[in-house]
Write a new protein. Structure first.
Length: 294
Protein backbone atom coordinates (compact mmCIF):
# COMPACT_ATOMS: atom_id res chain seq x y z
CA UNK A 1 0.00 0.00 0.00
CA UNK A 2 1.35 3.36 -0.96
CA UNK A 3 0.63 6.33 1.26
CA UNK A 4 2.32 9.08 -0.64
CA UNK A 5 1.96 12.83 -0.51
CA UNK A 6 0.56 12.71 -4.10
CA UNK A 7 -2.54 10.96 -2.82
CA UNK A 8 -3.27 13.84 -0.50
CA UNK A 9 -6.06 16.29 -0.91
CA UNK A 10 -4.58 19.20 1.02
CA UNK A 11 -4.81 21.46 -1.93
CA UNK A 12 -7.99 23.53 -2.15
CA UNK A 13 -8.42 22.73 -5.85
CA UNK A 14 -8.65 18.99 -5.13
CA UNK A 15 -11.32 19.54 -2.49
CA UNK A 16 -13.35 21.58 -4.96
CA UNK A 17 -12.92 18.88 -7.63
CA UNK A 18 -14.19 16.14 -5.30
CA UNK A 19 -17.18 18.21 -4.27
CA UNK A 20 -18.09 18.79 -7.90
CA UNK A 21 -17.47 15.19 -8.92
CA UNK A 22 -19.91 13.89 -6.28
CA UNK A 23 -22.24 16.92 -6.50
CA UNK A 24 -21.92 17.18 -2.75
CA UNK A 25 -24.29 19.70 -1.16
CA UNK A 26 -23.00 21.28 2.08
CA UNK A 27 -25.36 21.05 5.05
CA UNK A 28 -25.14 24.08 7.29
CA UNK A 29 -26.94 22.30 10.10
CA UNK A 30 -24.09 19.75 10.27
CA UNK A 31 -21.45 22.46 10.63
CA UNK A 32 -19.93 21.57 7.25
CA UNK A 33 -17.17 24.10 6.68
CA UNK A 34 -14.26 22.25 5.11
CA UNK A 35 -10.71 23.37 5.83
CA UNK A 36 -8.82 24.17 2.62
CA UNK A 37 -5.67 25.81 3.99
CA UNK A 38 -2.74 23.37 4.10
CA UNK A 39 -0.78 25.58 6.53
CA UNK A 40 -3.56 25.41 9.09
CA UNK A 41 -3.75 21.66 8.57
CA UNK A 42 -0.02 21.45 9.33
CA UNK A 43 -0.50 23.45 12.52
CA UNK A 44 -3.25 21.12 13.75
CA UNK A 45 -1.25 18.00 12.94
CA UNK A 46 1.95 19.34 14.56
CA UNK A 47 0.14 20.49 17.70
CA UNK A 48 -1.41 17.04 18.18
CA UNK A 49 2.10 15.49 18.48
CA UNK A 50 1.12 12.24 16.80
CA UNK A 51 3.52 9.31 16.77
CA UNK A 52 3.50 5.93 15.03
CA UNK A 53 2.25 4.34 18.27
CA UNK A 54 -0.87 6.48 18.43
CA UNK A 55 -4.48 5.63 17.85
CA UNK A 56 -6.29 8.81 16.79
CA UNK A 57 -10.00 9.51 16.88
CA UNK A 58 -11.14 12.01 14.28
CA UNK A 59 -14.62 13.49 14.49
CA UNK A 60 -16.22 14.59 11.20
CA UNK A 61 -13.69 13.77 8.45
CA UNK A 62 -15.58 15.67 5.71
CA UNK A 63 -13.96 14.44 2.50
CA UNK A 64 -10.95 13.03 4.37
CA UNK A 65 -8.24 15.67 3.91
CA UNK A 66 -7.05 15.54 7.51
CA UNK A 67 -7.82 11.82 7.78
CA UNK A 68 -5.18 11.05 5.16
CA UNK A 69 -2.56 13.10 7.02
CA UNK A 70 -3.44 11.46 10.32
CA UNK A 71 -3.23 7.98 8.79
CA UNK A 72 0.26 8.70 7.51
CA UNK A 73 1.47 9.61 10.99
CA UNK A 74 -0.47 7.37 13.36
CA UNK A 75 -0.73 3.63 13.87
CA UNK A 76 -4.50 3.70 13.50
CA UNK A 77 -7.21 6.28 12.83
CA UNK A 78 -10.86 5.87 13.74
CA UNK A 79 -12.98 8.49 12.03
CA UNK A 80 -16.67 9.09 12.70
CA UNK A 81 -18.83 10.89 10.13
CA UNK A 82 -22.58 11.44 10.47
CA UNK A 83 -23.34 12.43 6.85
CA UNK A 84 -24.03 9.39 4.66
CA UNK A 85 -23.51 11.52 1.54
CA UNK A 86 -19.83 11.83 2.46
CA UNK A 87 -19.28 8.08 2.74
CA UNK A 88 -18.82 7.35 -1.00
CA UNK A 89 -16.38 10.27 -1.21
CA UNK A 90 -14.45 9.00 1.81
CA UNK A 91 -14.38 5.49 0.35
CA UNK A 92 -12.57 6.96 -2.64
CA UNK A 93 -10.23 9.34 -0.81
CA UNK A 94 -9.29 6.85 1.92
CA UNK A 95 -8.84 3.95 -0.49
CA UNK A 96 -5.47 2.30 -0.11
CA UNK A 97 -5.03 3.17 3.56
CA UNK A 98 -5.17 0.03 5.68
CA UNK A 99 -5.07 1.77 9.05
CA UNK A 100 -8.33 3.74 8.94
CA UNK A 101 -11.69 2.66 10.38
CA UNK A 102 -14.56 4.76 9.02
CA UNK A 103 -17.76 4.78 11.05
CA UNK A 104 -20.96 6.35 9.68
CA UNK A 105 -22.61 7.51 12.93
CA UNK A 106 -23.48 10.46 15.10
CA UNK A 107 -20.48 10.94 17.42
CA UNK A 108 -22.83 11.85 20.27
CA UNK A 109 -24.33 8.34 20.08
CA UNK A 110 -21.01 6.50 19.84
CA UNK A 111 -19.58 4.77 22.92
CA UNK A 112 -16.06 6.15 22.61
CA UNK A 113 -14.76 4.05 25.50
CA UNK A 114 -15.75 0.97 23.50
CA UNK A 115 -13.80 2.27 20.50
CA UNK A 116 -10.75 2.89 22.68
CA UNK A 117 -10.97 -0.69 23.99
CA UNK A 118 -11.39 -2.13 20.52
CA UNK A 119 -8.70 -0.13 18.71
CA UNK A 120 -6.20 0.82 21.42
CA UNK A 121 -6.55 -1.82 24.13
CA UNK A 122 -8.13 0.77 26.46
CA UNK A 123 -5.02 3.00 26.55
CA UNK A 124 -5.01 6.73 25.89
CA UNK A 125 -5.88 7.95 22.41
CA UNK A 126 -5.50 11.36 20.78
CA UNK A 127 -8.48 13.23 19.42
CA UNK A 128 -8.06 15.51 16.40
CA UNK A 129 -10.91 17.28 14.62
CA UNK A 130 -12.20 20.27 12.78
CA UNK A 131 -15.33 20.10 14.91
CA UNK A 132 -18.89 20.77 13.84
CA UNK A 133 -19.44 23.92 15.93
CA UNK A 134 -23.05 23.17 16.89
CA UNK A 135 -21.89 20.34 19.20
CA UNK A 136 -18.40 21.43 20.31
CA UNK A 137 -19.19 21.59 24.02
CA UNK A 138 -21.09 18.28 24.30
CA UNK A 139 -18.29 16.52 22.39
CA UNK A 140 -15.47 17.89 24.54
CA UNK A 141 -17.29 17.60 27.86
CA UNK A 142 -18.52 14.13 26.85
CA UNK A 143 -14.92 12.99 26.35
CA UNK A 144 -13.89 14.30 29.77
CA UNK A 145 -16.98 13.31 31.74
CA UNK A 146 -17.16 9.78 30.37
CA UNK A 147 -13.51 9.39 31.39
CA UNK A 148 -12.38 8.45 27.90
CA UNK A 149 -8.61 7.84 28.16
CA UNK A 150 -7.11 10.69 26.11
CA UNK A 151 -3.62 12.24 25.96
CA UNK A 152 -4.74 15.33 24.17
CA UNK A 153 -7.60 16.78 22.15
CA UNK A 154 -6.56 19.10 19.30
CA UNK A 155 -9.56 20.72 17.70
CA UNK A 156 -10.74 23.57 15.55
CA UNK A 157 -13.53 25.41 17.34
CA UNK A 158 -15.27 28.75 17.14
CA UNK A 159 -12.74 31.39 18.30
CA UNK A 160 -15.04 32.62 21.05
CA UNK A 161 -15.33 29.09 22.45
CA UNK A 162 -11.53 28.63 22.39
CA UNK A 163 -11.21 31.89 24.35
CA UNK A 164 -13.80 30.74 26.88
CA UNK A 165 -11.90 27.49 27.43
CA UNK A 166 -8.59 29.25 28.01
CA UNK A 167 -9.33 32.31 30.19
CA UNK A 168 -9.13 32.74 33.95
CA UNK A 169 -11.14 34.79 36.49
CA UNK A 170 -11.95 38.42 35.77
CA UNK A 171 -12.48 38.07 32.03
CA UNK A 172 -15.91 38.41 30.44
CA UNK A 173 -15.34 35.05 28.72
CA UNK A 174 -14.71 33.22 32.01
CA UNK A 175 -17.44 30.79 32.97
CA UNK A 176 -18.54 27.22 33.59
CA UNK A 177 -16.85 25.98 30.37
CA UNK A 178 -13.48 27.54 31.36
CA UNK A 179 -13.61 25.87 34.76
CA UNK A 180 -14.76 22.48 33.46
CA UNK A 181 -12.09 22.36 30.74
CA UNK A 182 -9.33 23.57 33.08
CA UNK A 183 -10.31 21.02 35.75
CA UNK A 184 -9.53 18.22 33.30
CA UNK A 185 -6.92 19.70 30.95
CA UNK A 186 -4.34 22.35 30.12
CA UNK A 187 -5.63 24.50 27.24
CA UNK A 188 -3.30 26.04 24.66
CA UNK A 189 -4.47 28.09 21.69
CA UNK A 190 -2.39 26.95 18.72
CA UNK A 191 -3.67 29.35 16.04
CA UNK A 192 -6.43 31.73 15.12
CA UNK A 193 -8.02 30.84 11.80
CA UNK A 194 -9.95 33.32 9.62
CA UNK A 195 -13.13 32.36 7.69
CA UNK A 196 -11.35 32.36 4.31
CA UNK A 197 -9.51 29.14 5.24
CA UNK A 198 -12.76 27.17 4.78
CA UNK A 199 -15.35 26.42 2.12
CA UNK A 200 -18.01 27.55 2.57
CA UNK A 201 -16.78 30.42 4.78
CA UNK A 202 -18.21 30.31 8.30
CA UNK A 203 -19.75 33.49 9.75
CA UNK A 204 -17.43 33.35 12.75
CA UNK A 205 -13.69 33.29 13.41
CA UNK A 206 -12.14 29.98 14.38
CA UNK A 207 -9.20 28.82 16.48
CA UNK A 208 -7.26 25.63 16.96
CA UNK A 209 -6.98 24.66 20.61
CA UNK A 210 -5.09 21.78 22.21
CA UNK A 211 -6.33 20.42 25.52
CA UNK A 212 -3.67 18.29 27.21
CA UNK A 213 -5.35 16.07 29.75
CA UNK A 214 -4.05 16.43 33.33
CA UNK A 215 -2.83 13.21 34.89
CA UNK A 216 -4.93 14.16 37.92
CA UNK A 217 -7.62 16.86 37.94
CA UNK A 218 -6.23 20.38 38.47
CA UNK A 219 -7.72 20.62 41.98
CA UNK A 220 -8.70 18.12 44.60
CA UNK A 221 -12.25 18.27 45.85
CA UNK A 222 -14.30 15.92 47.99
CA UNK A 223 -17.24 15.89 45.62
CA UNK A 224 -16.54 17.04 42.02
CA UNK A 225 -20.21 16.65 41.05
CA UNK A 226 -21.21 19.08 43.83
CA UNK A 227 -18.45 21.49 42.74
CA UNK A 228 -19.83 21.54 39.18
CA UNK A 229 -23.36 22.15 40.46
CA UNK A 230 -22.00 25.13 42.41
CA UNK A 231 -20.11 26.38 39.35
CA UNK A 232 -23.22 26.16 37.16
CA UNK A 233 -25.27 27.97 39.79
CA UNK A 234 -22.65 30.72 40.07
CA UNK A 235 -22.69 31.46 36.34
CA UNK A 236 -26.41 30.94 35.66
CA UNK A 237 -27.07 34.52 36.56
CA UNK A 238 -23.94 36.31 35.48
CA UNK A 239 -24.56 39.75 36.91
CA UNK A 240 -25.79 38.44 40.25
CA UNK A 241 -23.64 37.99 43.31
CA UNK A 242 -22.38 34.51 44.17
CA UNK A 243 -24.71 34.58 47.19
CA UNK A 244 -27.78 35.12 44.95
CA UNK A 245 -26.64 32.67 42.30
CA UNK A 246 -26.30 29.86 44.86
CA UNK A 247 -29.49 30.85 46.62
CA UNK A 248 -31.61 30.87 43.44
CA UNK A 249 -30.28 27.64 41.95
CA UNK A 250 -32.79 24.79 41.60
CA UNK A 251 -29.81 22.42 41.81
CA UNK A 252 -28.84 23.48 45.37
CA UNK A 253 -30.84 23.68 48.59
CA UNK A 254 -28.69 25.61 51.05
CA UNK A 255 -30.04 28.35 53.31
CA UNK A 256 -28.95 31.96 52.89
CA UNK A 257 -27.08 31.73 56.21
CA UNK A 258 -25.13 28.65 55.13
CA UNK A 259 -24.24 30.26 51.81
CA UNK A 260 -23.01 33.39 53.61
CA UNK A 261 -20.87 31.26 55.95
CA UNK A 262 -19.44 29.26 53.05
CA UNK A 263 -18.48 32.44 51.17
CA UNK A 264 -16.99 33.90 54.34
CA UNK A 265 -14.85 30.75 54.76
CA UNK A 266 -13.05 31.70 51.51
CA UNK A 267 -12.01 35.07 52.98
CA UNK A 268 -13.64 36.97 50.08
CA UNK A 269 -16.14 39.87 50.33
CA UNK A 270 -19.79 38.76 50.91
CA UNK A 271 -20.94 40.42 47.65
CA UNK A 272 -18.33 38.69 45.51
CA UNK A 273 -19.39 37.45 42.04
CA UNK A 274 -18.76 33.92 40.81
CA UNK A 275 -16.70 35.22 37.91
CA UNK A 276 -13.93 36.36 40.25
CA UNK A 277 -13.38 32.96 41.92
CA UNK A 278 -10.61 30.59 40.85
CA UNK A 279 -11.11 26.87 40.32
CA UNK A 280 -9.32 26.29 43.63
CA UNK A 281 -11.78 28.58 45.42
CA UNK A 282 -14.73 26.72 43.87
CA UNK A 283 -13.19 23.48 45.13
CA UNK A 284 -12.86 25.01 48.63
CA UNK A 285 -16.46 26.21 48.52
CA UNK A 286 -17.68 22.74 47.49
CA UNK A 287 -15.62 21.15 50.27
CA UNK A 288 -17.15 23.52 52.83
CA UNK A 289 -20.66 22.40 51.75
CA UNK A 290 -19.56 18.76 51.69
CA UNK A 291 -18.43 19.18 55.31
CA UNK A 292 -21.76 20.84 56.30
CA UNK A 293 -24.50 18.56 54.91
CA UNK A 294 -28.07 19.91 55.17
N1 LIG B 1 -12.67 17.38 8.76
C1 LIG B 1 -13.22 18.11 7.64
C2 LIG B 1 -12.35 19.32 7.37
O1 LIG B 1 -11.51 19.64 8.21
O2 LIG B 1 -12.50 19.94 6.34
C3 LIG B 1 -14.66 18.54 7.88
C4 LIG B 1 -14.91 19.40 9.09
S1 LIG B 1 -16.53 20.09 9.17
C5 LIG B 1 -16.22 21.52 10.18
C6 LIG B 1 -17.39 19.08 10.37
C7 LIG B 1 -17.64 17.64 9.94
O3 LIG B 1 -18.33 16.97 11.00
C8 LIG B 1 -18.52 17.48 8.71
O4 LIG B 1 -17.98 16.48 7.88
C9 LIG B 1 -19.87 17.03 9.28
O5 LIG B 1 -20.66 16.27 8.38
C10 LIG B 1 -19.42 16.21 10.48
N2 LIG B 1 -20.43 16.09 11.56
C11 LIG B 1 -21.37 16.98 11.92
N3 LIG B 1 -22.08 16.53 12.97
C12 LIG B 1 -21.56 15.32 13.29
C13 LIG B 1 -21.88 14.34 14.29
N4 LIG B 1 -22.86 14.55 15.15
N5 LIG B 1 -21.17 13.20 14.33
C14 LIG B 1 -20.16 12.99 13.43
N6 LIG B 1 -19.81 13.87 12.46
C15 LIG B 1 -20.49 15.02 12.39
Amino acid sequence: MEQTRQSQLDNPQKTIEMIKKYQFAFQKKLGQNFLIDPHVLDKIINAAQITKEDCVLEIGPGIGVMTQRLAELARHVVTVEIDKNLIPILEETLQGYDNITLINQDIIKVDINELVDAYNGGTAIKVVANLPYYITTPIIMGLFESHVPVDNITVMVQKEVADRMQVGPGSKDYGALSLAVQYYAEPYIVANVPPNCFIPRPNVGSAVIRLTRHRNPAVETKNPELMFRIIRASFNQRRKTLQNGLNNSPELSYSKEMIAQAIDSLGVPPLVRGESLTLKQFAQLADWFADHPV
